[in-house]
Design a binder for this molecule. Structure first.
Ligand code: M6R
Length: 598
């Protein structure tokens, strides 16, 4: 995830910015840059890799005395992690840093290119500075900034500086965090999170969406929906560790709560009217694919499994799923005209990487669904789509899974479109998914209370049908990883073929009972377990009196919306049980975030 820091004051600006960016390092980044404006002169530096590289690049530069500076750490989304793509992005006399995604950057870029403007980078961000200078040719600087921001669609936190108005920093915010801080020395700071401000600022303003303005030594002007706002600062809390988790107890909890935002980012710029669009796949003909093999490990394997149902149902393509550690040793046959999709959060998982190499050697067309640009898996695959989850710190994967399933669902729709198949109900449902994963405080509290009843027993069965079966597997994996209790995911209809022998009051069944997917069938299977005295927690929009515990979900019109809503419930349940058991939620025993060994 990208990071932003800005500063106005007398301190050594270069170092102030680098120190601030260090506080945001935990979010992950692959390049960094900064710009300093002093006495009307603008200097900038960029470097790929760690902040140390940026520090070395500007080691002989000093910026004492009054002035201002902006700095950025970039997590690549549009374009590779190169120096050209690092922020700040430069025009003729201005520069900009930006967090988020500009959804309509292509339209803007086309328009500007037609009027003779040349772009240097592959990023969406560069359009901001180019558009600003385009308007600044014949209008006042702040007017040009406002016109620029009004034209942007998407998520952004922006800082812009320009030699044409060397005394002000311009800022804007929509759907990406931006904070302004001040202190008694009359210094002004900007940051995309609390952490860089702690110890330096006493008071802050958390900018609201659709706000913009400017700051100088003398003045801070904030406009919300074009109306000048009274500046209302609040006291900044002093706990750095707490700030890094955005106030949550654990990174995992923060990541569960982030899912709505990251899912919006997955969709951003990829839905046009009734269609899914992937710029990355513009020149690819995927309509002739006859078979898809999906291959992954752990949680990513569950995302693969869920998507196999969607590829067959929506795109009418035979889809099979492989566990990477099995695939690599079993002399598998890959048919010509088949697509080999690997899914990986980290892009470095040894088994998945090896499976990808084997498929490539056999001549398959390979495709990576991955969260990390420039990872080994992305570099090796012929095609790739980034899942845009941002860095995931919790070892137990949550938002990475959500974005994988969403991206794969979009890919299934994309292929269905190319084959002229009916996908009329899908786009509306896709757009609704960020709402389905919003965590409601009452629900979280209910799960917290329920969790105390599920701390012992001789095992858990998570059961579901269709895509809710891989979700059951994922729910069980989350519980195992975090609580160290035995849990299994099972197809609901398969329980009667053996596992039902385990049923008694100390066998806990978590039943996923969506309204829009085989409700009656699943209900019968749950009743079979209730008749054998299993303790059942059912999750459904439809009241179900027979179960011991019940979590009511919202009425949704698409089963994938139910899928995502139930996903959050299983994540919270695993986390709350683990907290009660006193386990380390973010770093469960024996597990590693990236498994680069066999
Ligand atoms: O980085 P990857 O997605 O390739 O990782 C695969 C698994 O190691 C990973 O999903 C693992 O199962 C997580 N701990 C799940 O929470």
């Amino acid at each position: 995830m990208c990071g932003i820091v800005g500063y106005i004051g007398n301190n050594e600006k270069k170092q102030t910015i680098i120190n601030g960016l260090k506080e945001l390092e935990y979010r992950g980044y692959d390049s960094a840059g900064l710009a300093v404006m002093k006495d009307g002169e603008m200097n900038f530096f960029k470097a790929v890799g760690k902040l140390e590289n940026l520090s070395n690049k500007c080691s002989s530069f000093s910026s004492e005395g009054y002035g201002f500076a902006i700095g950025h750490t970039r997590w690549a989304t549009h374009g590779k992690p190169t120096e050209i793509n690092a922020h700040p992005h430069l025009g003729q006399y201005s520069c900009v840093i930006h967090n988020g995604i500009i959804e309509n950057y292509k339209e803007i870029k086309d328009k500007l290119e037609q009027s003779g403007i040349t772009f240097l980078s592959q990023t969406d961000t560069e359009v901001i500075v180019q558009l600003f200078e385009f308007y600044a040719k014949d209008t006042d600087i702040f007017e040009a900034f406002k016109k620029t921001i009004d034209e942007l669609r998407g998520a952004f936190a922006i800082l812009l500086i320009t030699k044409k108005d060397p005394n002000r920093v311009f800022f804007a915010k929509n759907a990406a965090p931006l904070i302004i801080g001040k202190n008694q020395e009359n210094e002004i700071y900007f940051a995309s999170g609390d952490a860089p401000l702690i110890g330096l600022c006493e008071e802050v303003i958390y900018l609201e969406d659709l706000s913009l303005g400017y700051a100088s030594k003398e003045e801070l002007a904030i406009f919300e929906n074009h109306k000048l706002k009274q500046n209302s600062f609040t006291k900044l809390s002093g706990d750095k560790a707490f700030a890094k988790k955005d106030g949550f107890r654990f990174f995992m909890e923060k990541e569960i709560y982030e899912q709505s935002r990251v899912m919006s980012e997955v969709l951003m710029g990829r839905i046009n009217g009734d269609e899914v669009v992937f710029d990355e796949l513009e020149n690819e003909d995927l309509s002739t694919i006859e078979e898809i093999t999906l291959c992954a490990c752990g949680t990513s394997y569950h995302a693969a499994m869920a998507s196999a149902y969607l590829f067959e149902r929506l795109a009418k393509i035979k889809a099979k799923v492989e566990i990477a550690s099995e695939f690599r040793y079993r002399d598998a046959v890959i048919k010509p005209n088949s697509l080999f999709i690997v899914i990986s959060q980290s892009g470095e998982t040894a088994d998945t990487l090896e499976a990808l190499k084997i498929a490539k050697e056999q001549g398959a067309k390979t495709f990576a669904i991955c969260n990390v640009d420039n990872s080994n898996i992305v570099r090796l695959a012929h095609l790739s789509l980034l899942t845009r989850a941002g860095i995931e710190k919790g070892v137990a994967s949550t938002k990475a899974f959500a974005t994988q399933v969403l991206t794969l669902w979009m890919l299934a729709i994309f292929i269905a479109q190319k084959k002229k198949l009916d996908i009329s109900t899908e786009i509306k449902a896709l757009l609704h998914t960020p709402n389905c994963v919003k965590v409601n405080a009452k629900l979280h509290e209910k799960i917290h209370r329920l969790s105390k009843r599920y701390l012992d027993g001789h095992g858990f069965f998570f059961i579901g049908r269709d895509v809710f079966y891989p979700l059951a597997l994922e729910g069980a994996l989350k519980l195992k990883e975090l609580s160290y209790l035995h849990a299994e995911g099972y197809p609901a209809g398969e329980m009667k073929h053996g596992p039902i022998a385990l049923a008694d009051s100390k066998l806990y069944t978590i039943a996923l009972m969506p309204k829009n997917m085989l409700y009656e069938k699943t209900k019968s299977n749950v009743e079979e377990l209730i008749a054998r005295d299993s303790t059942v927690l059912s999750i459904s929009p439809l009241e179900f009196d027979l179960s011991d515990d019940f979590i009511k979900t919202n009425e949704q019109s698409h089963y994938m919306c139910e899928f995502f809503e139930m996903m959050v419930i299983t994540q919270l349940l695993a986390m709350e049980i683990s907290i009660r058991l006193g386990n380390d939620v973010d770093m469960p025993r024996n597990l590693a975030k990236s498994v680069t060994v066999e």
